[in-house]
Design a protein around this ligand. Structure first.
Ligand SMILES: [Zn+2]
Length: 279
């Protein structure tokens, strides 16, 4: 009897092989407080955080504006006798259309610092995302989730730090204390032919829902909004950008709690601090 040809045999083995296991996008996320599978988060929220195909970019900016990415006029206020790393020209919600080959907004603030400067956790929290972001603009990224108990704010908040110079030593699920080093300042993240300056891109998101996800490429709070990162330091509401924009100019200067280089927190009972110490 003639034996089966080799191609036929390979084909039979292919049919017998079990289907490849579905890749778990964030295996380490599964047991964390509030984590829900990526496909349970509304598609608009992925567009909000910037996971958008070229054809979705206009819609993505519309969602970002509806969910907080609009200018507020807030400014951080630091004590005059100290030198605190501040936001440069790359402020909150500025229009990046023209800087990009598609419509875009700046969904955070940039704080320049020398390469390697430690970045500090702005509140107690848990690491929910660490991305290498190879080939995209954000570069190396870490994100923390903060519960209302940890910040004293009446919702869940998420802090995002990008352009790190190297992969952070922390892993998803690690608990961090306010002021702990979470990574080092750098300029990672592709910018076409231009070389990015060394700076932290710092962003804050918030949600009244505790659930969030991480699909292996982005983290997404369920029904989340972006917040002007300066608003995170306000001691009372509003926190919604459209409402902040309406405040009288006398309320636009926000005293920011901070760490001193000797490790003391000012004011001592602060639960939210600036991501770099003041000298
Ligand atoms: Zn930025």
């Amino acid at each position: 009897m003639k034996s089966a040809s080799l191609p036929a045999l390979v084909f039979c083995l292919f049919l017998l092989a079990p289907p490849p296991a579905k890749a778990e996008p964030c295996a380490a996320c599964a047991g964390l407080d509030g984590f829900v599978p990526p496909d349970t988060i509304d598609a608009d929220l992925y567009l909000m955080v910037g996971k958008a195909k070229r054809s979705d970019k206009v819609r993505s900016v519309e969602i970002q504006e509806a969910r907080g990415v609009v200018k507020t006029g807030l400014k951080p206020a630091f004590p005059g006798e100290l030198s605190c790393p501040g936001i440069d020209t790359e402020g909150w919600a500025i229009n990046y259309t023209g800087k990009r080959p598609w419509p875009a907004r700046h969904k955070g603030v940039d704080i320049p610092q020398p390469r390697g400067t430690p970045i500090r956790a702005i509140a107690d929290g848990t690491v929910i995302a660490v991305f290498e972001n190879d080939g995209n603009r954000k570069g190396i990224e870490i994100a923390l989730r903060h519960t209302p108990e940890q910040t004293g704010l009446p919702f869940w908040t998420y802090s995002q730090y990008t352009h790190l110079t190297e992969m952070p030593a922390l892993a998803i699920g690690d608990a961090v204390r306010m002021g702990a080093e979470i990574g080092k300042t750098g300029n990672s993240g592709k910018m076409g032919r231009n070389i990015r300056r060394d700076a932290l891109h710092f962003a804050v998101l918030f949600s009244e829902a505790p659930s969030w996800s991480n699909d292996g490429r982005v983290f997404v709070p369920a029904d989340g909004f972006f917040m002007d990162p300066v608003a995170f330091y306000r001691t009372e509401g509003p926190y919604v950008s459209a409402e902040l924009a309406q405040l009288p100019s006398s309320d636009k200067s926000v005293p920011v709690a901070y760490l001193k280089t000797d490790g003391t927190v000012v004011p001592a009972d602060a639960r939210r601090i600036w991501p770099y110490p003041c000298k």
